[in-house]
Design a protein around this ligand. Structure first.
Ligand SMILES: C[S@@+](CC[C@H](N)C(=O)[O-])C[C@H]1O[C@@H](n2cnc3c(N)ncnc32)[C@H](O)[C@@H]1O
Length: 335
């Protein structure tokens, strides 16, 4: 006779792993992403992403979802994790860039989950489309850049348009995600229109479709022609800033070294500049210029228009007394 008391089986706590698989090829996936998929009992993802990792998921429970079922994917992941399973929730690129990380945390918080819950969450970073696409076309993101999604499925158009206008005016290099679909064809035309208000028509643009995938395609064009190019849901559009150039088939945004060094003269430092120090037109130099211009009679409005900055910022800057900081023991790097 069995005298042992039967205990109820408490499943060990599960885990949700938000796996960024990078652009699509297995070689561009991190080791941790592969290990996470290998460790998982259940793999959940959009059908296309499941296909991209087909070789790594044999024998696992697979939950395929359509593009629009993001919250569903997160709910399924939580249910499986509550049942004690290790779940790999697959995103292309990075899960935190227009990916599953946000919706998953929203679903988790809604369910009362907190970070000390038995269900663990791990986010595994991957190369986002902007990294992958940039690597294929040269070095377009070597200066300040930002990403804007043209998808108005969840974001009102005035919000998107305002951001496009602001970054175009502020001379960011921009990566446009979700630029166009079968139904959304006008957004890229509107983006072009907003950019042309601030940027030259010949501003370099690179359109990368299916980076590191079978149908990879790269087109170099210009801002005034970009809307006519072949753009789809698998494309990322990279728009250069006012210094970006294309040479020998490579799109490059200068880091700014030419502001300080004479690149044609073996890299000698330009007059008035010093290695490891702010440019003469850096903050302190600019403050001196501003004060001199104001003292010479330029109004706040004139200064605001000249420097393309808000008048109240110019006023506050002039009102605030400032002093150069004492020289630091170690110099900054310029990289
Ligand atoms: C929903 S977002 C997902 C972004 C993804 N989480 C990332 O970090 O790259 C989908 C958009 O990402 C871009 N994208 C994703 N993979 C790409 C690839 N391999 N080549 C070019 N663009 C890609 C496209 O703009 C596409 O419309």
């Amino acid at each position: 006779m069995n005298t042992e008391t039967e205990m109820p089986v408490t499943p060990s706590a599960g885990k949700i792993m938000l796996v960024g698989i990078g652009p699509g090829s297995v070689e561009h996936m991190t080791q941790r992403a592969r290990d996470a998929i290998a460790e998982s009992d259940v793999v959940i993802g959009y059908v296309t992403y499941i296909k991209l990792v087909a070789d790594l998921i044999e024998g696992k429970e697979i939950i395929r979802k359509s593009m629009t079922e993001e919250l569903d994917r997160a709910v399924s992941a939580l249910e499986a994790a509550r049942a004690g399973k290790k779940v790999a929730l697959i995103s292309s690129g990075d899960a935190g860039v227009y990916g599953m990380a946000g919706p998953t945390y929203e679903v988790l918080f809604q369910s009362g989950w907190t970070p000390d819950d038995a269900v663990q969450v791990e986010i595994i970073p991957g190369a986002s489309a902007l990294n992958s696409c940039a690597a294929l076309v040269g070095a377009p993101l070597t200066h300040d850049f930002c990403a804007i999604s043209l998808s108005d499925l969840l974001t009102p158009w005035p919000t998107i348009a305002r951001r496009l206008d602001a970054v175009a005016m502020a001379d960011f290099v921009v990566a446009l995600y979700n630029p166009k679909s079968g139904r959304r064809t006008r957004q890229i035309v509107e983006a072009q229109r907003l950019f042309l208000r601030h940027r030259r028509p010949d501003t370099p643009v690179a359109i990368v479709k299916s980076a590191y995938r079978r149908r990879e395609n790269i087109v170099f064009t210009t801002l005034d022609s970009m809307a006519e190019a072949d753009i789809g849901m698998l494309s990322t559009v990279l728009i250069g800033n006012s210094n970006t150039f294309v040479r020998n088939g490579l799109m490059v945004t200068p880091r700014g070294y030419a502001n300080k060094y004479d690149m044609e003269d073996g890299g000698s430092t330009r007059e008035g500049e010093r290695a490891g120090r702010s440019l003469s037109t850096g903050l302190l130099g600019w403050l001196e210029t501003l004060a001199a211009e104001h003292a010479a009679g330029d109004s706040i409005e004139t200064l605001a228009a000249r420097h393309r900055l808000p008048a109240d910022y110019i006023q506050a800057t002039l009102d605030e007394p400032w002093e150069a900081a004492p020289a630091a023991a170690s110099e900054e790097t310029e990289a």
